[in-house]
Design a protein around this ligand. Structure first.
Ligand code: CP
Length: 311
């Protein structure tokens, strides 16, 4: 299973075979986290730097746990505690971190393209942990790993991605991955939260939640990313919630075996109601659980481990 990539910057760089290689290996890596001693020596002596310029609960912790389970040394640097606050440029920060010989730099930044820019300038591997509204490739891969645990084939699956599509790097990465795997994607939301020309990505556009979820195998709910809005996109959160929030009542219109994903953080009662979260359809914590295995897999593959036994 060759994995011919130095960096993971976006889903767009991955072929169907690459995605399936990652998902196959993820199944093996997942078992490691079920052991009483959750550690293997695979990346002993390797160094991973998490460089996060945006808040994160799931992704940063998940990368740290993934690296530690593979015995790598993991160092966390946040924007607010870095010398960027003293005027150092992002690029100088990266050059200085690289001078300490890390093997992987995991980067989250509010500006689209930052991981790509750094990957061109430094020699170690770069993983995009979310760049602006552009891509969040490891989130899409953990979403796919979760879907695969509940549905037999990707090909032909119908997915409804609901909410703030305009500002969602998760939606973009998932659309790219899902189209590559033969899934049918409908994006759902108010016109102000769906970019013009979305159809060019091969997706359907709907402004009616109940209609869009009726034949969906997978529903992905997204948070309204108010931190990325520079103007009001709808009259009120209450109105948004009435029209596009997923409730148990609306879920009655969906298939009995529908699964519901959400990348987090969740705003309970806005895009998804507490009773839907507690329902057996909702797999939010399964997604988080799979995130560790996906990130272990990517660290292993990027550092050239594809032909070795991880255990
Ligand atoms: N899903 C996700 O990226 O969550 P965090 O912002 O907490 O990392």
């Amino acid at each position: 299973m060759p994995f011919p990539h130095k960096d993971l910057l976006g889903i767009g760089q991955l072929s169907k075979d690459d995605i399936l290689t990652i998902l196959d290996a993820t199944e093996s890596f997942k078992e490691i986290s079920t052991r009483p001693i959750k550690k293997v020596p695979t990346l002993r002596g390797r160094t991973i730097v998490n460089l996060f310029f945006e808040p994160s609960t799931r992704t940063r912790t998940s990368f740290e746990i993934a690296g530690k389970r593979l015995s790598a040394d993991v160092i966390n640097v946040t924007g607010s505690t870095s010398s960027v606050t003293k005027g150092e440029s992002l690029l100088d920060t990266a050059y200085n971190l690289e001078a300490m010989n890390p093997d992987i730099l995991v980067v989250r930044h509010s500006a689209s393209g930052v991981p790509h820019m750094l990957a061109q300038k430094i020699n170690c591997s770069v993983i995009n942990a979310g760049d602006g509204a552009h891509e969040h490739p490891t989130q899409a891969l953990l979403d796919l790993a979760t879907i695969r645990e509940h549905k037999e084939n990707f090909d032909g699956l119908k997915v409804a991605i609901v909410g703030d599509i305009t500002h969602s790097r998760v939606a973009r990465s998932n659309i790219l991955a899902m189209k590559t795997l033969g899934m049918t994607v409908t994006v759902v939301g108010p016109p102000t939260l769906i970019p013009v020309g979305m159809e060019s990505l091969g997706v359907r556009v709907s402004h009616n939640l109940e209609e869009a979820i009726a034949d969906a195998d997978v529903i992905m709910m997204l948070r309204i990313q108010e931190e990325r809005h520079n103007q009001t996109s709808f009259p009120s959160l209450r109105e948004y919630s009435i029209l596009f929030g997923l409730t148990a009542e609306k879920l009655k219109k969906a298939k009995e075996d529908v699964i519901i994903l959400h990348p987090g953080p969740v705003n309970r009662g806005v895009e998804i109601s507490p009773d839907v979260i507690e329902s057996g359809h909702c797999l939010i914590l399964n997604q988080v659980n799979n995130g560790v295995a996906v990130r272990m897999t990517l660290m292993y593959l990027l550092l050239g481990g594809a032909d070795e036994n991880p255990n």
